[in-house]
Design a protein around this ligand. Structure first.
Ligand SMILES: Nc1ncnc2c1ncn2[C@@H]1O[C@H](COP(=O)(O)O)[C@@H](OP(=O)(O)O)[C@H]1O
Ligand SMILES: [Mg+2]
Ligand SMILES: [Mg+2]
Ligand SMILES: [Mg+2]
Length: 360
């Protein structure tokens, strides 16, 4: 299958990623409706989320593999826990969910060659293999994909934000990023328009928001407003204090005289919101526990924000390096913002870091 058959490079990879994310979003929404909401959440039983993660990774991986059989995949999940006897009931559920998602009839934008639709049921082993195909270790040469089947698991469990995230990378540069956000308002200024959106970007070809129910039916181009006054920012940050330092952000906000409180949200929905003009900046500074950021947590978001007119760097001002393996390497944090304001935020972040060092 040739790249760029629709007039721009990697349009075919984008089409595959959008189809995979769309099918996986239907799956994760239904897992939440049928299991998590029905008391499983309040019982503290985390299995439905695990089931949703595994099944969504199986679906995405199967579609990518059918379209591009030689491409390696870096996926968050692996199937080893499902191959032992204690994982059998969970495996049965995952296989059923994944097959449900893969065998629904083809819709616009999908290709019969991707082995989807009625009659394409996979065996248990094929579903486990699809999950395990995400075991690639990454690297800085050649083509590869990343999958985060449910990003923001904690948000998913709370019924808040989460994202289904796929990226396509060539020689460590993210070329395509697709982020599905089933719980995100279609239009933040008009809640009556409902929930659920897909975001897609292709390097050099812009970023757009698509309808989650019909991603081929038109799109909205995304541009980040190029604000210059830091007073107008509202930092996007994780809900979970363990994932990034809230107090560090507070100090940066104080230094920049930011007036609005931070906007807390799980998952790469933060990158998507930034790309459509919400917040103005996403700050994710390490909490100091030695955690290394995973490439699947940032690759789709990076290309989305850059294509919408933003910059994504670490706290040294360096671009994120997607060619080091499954992680981004040593954790210098992430600063994503409009081009116009990024240098100011970076300088403030570095000042807060230096002040903290001077105190030690
Ligand atoms: N100590 C830590 N520091 C930073 N990120 C962490 C972390 N522990 C887990 N994460 C990552 O944070 C992601 C969620 O980010 P956010 O806080 O923006 O919602 C998780 O993705 P998953 O939910 O896919 O596992 C996980 O990869
Ligand atoms: Mg994640
Ligand atoms: Mg995940
Ligand atoms: Mg996880």
């Amino acid at each position: 299958m040739s790249s760029g058959s629709e007039g721009y490079p990697y349009s075919q990879e984008e089409r595959v990623a959008i189809a995979a994310v769309t099918r996986a979003c239907t799956l994760t929404s239904s897992v939440f409706e049928t299991l998590v909401k029905n008391e499983t959440l309040t019982k503290g039983d985390k299995s439905p989320v695990t089931v949703g993660d595994f099944a969504a990774q199986a679906v995405i991986s199967a579609i990518i593999h059918a379209a591009f059989p030689h491409d390696p995949i870096v996926g968050e999940e692996d199937a080893s826990d499902l191959r032992v006897e204690s994982g059998r009931s969970m495996k049965d559920r995952i296989v059923a969910l994944a097959n449900d998602a893969l065998t629904t009839p083809l819709v616009a934008g999908e290709d019969p060659a991707w082995n989807l639709g009625p009659g394409t049921t996979r065996t248990d082993e094929q579903i486990l293999e699809a999950i395990d195909r995400g075991n690639y270790g990454g690297g800085n040469t050649g083509r590869m994909w990343t999958i985060d089947p449910i990003d923001g698991t904690k948000g998913f469990l709370r019924g808040e934000q989460y994202a289904v995230c796929v990226s396509f990378v060539v020689d460590s540069q993210v070329k395509v990023g697709v982020i599905g956000c089933p719980n995100l308002p279609v239009d933040p200024s008009e809640p009556s328009k409902g929930l659920g959106a897909i975001f897609s970007a292709v390097r050099g070809h812009g970023a757009r928001q698509l309808s989650i129910s019909n991603p081929t039916q038109g799109s909205i181009a995304l541009r980040i407003p190029q604000i210059s006054e830091s007073e107008d920012l509202s930092f996007l940050e994780s809900v979970e204090a363990a994932h990034s330092s809230h107090s560090f952000n507070d100090r940066v906000a104080a230094l920049l005289n930011v007036q609005k409180p931070p906007t807390r949200m799980d998952s790469q929905a933060k990158y998507a919101c930034l790309a459509r003009g919400q917040g103005g900046a996403y700050l994710r500074m390490p909490t100091g526990v030695g955690y290394k950021e995973k490439i699947w947590d940032h690759a789709p978001g990076e290309v989305l924000v850059v294509e919408a007119g933003g910059i994504v760097t670490d706290s040294r001002g360096e671009p994120l390096n997607f060619g080091l393996g499954r992680t981004l390497g040593e954790n210098y944090g992430v600063i994503a913002a409009a081009k116009s304001i990024h240098p100011k935020i970076l300088a403030a972040v570095q000042k807060v870091q230096n002040d903290a060092k001077a105190k030690v």
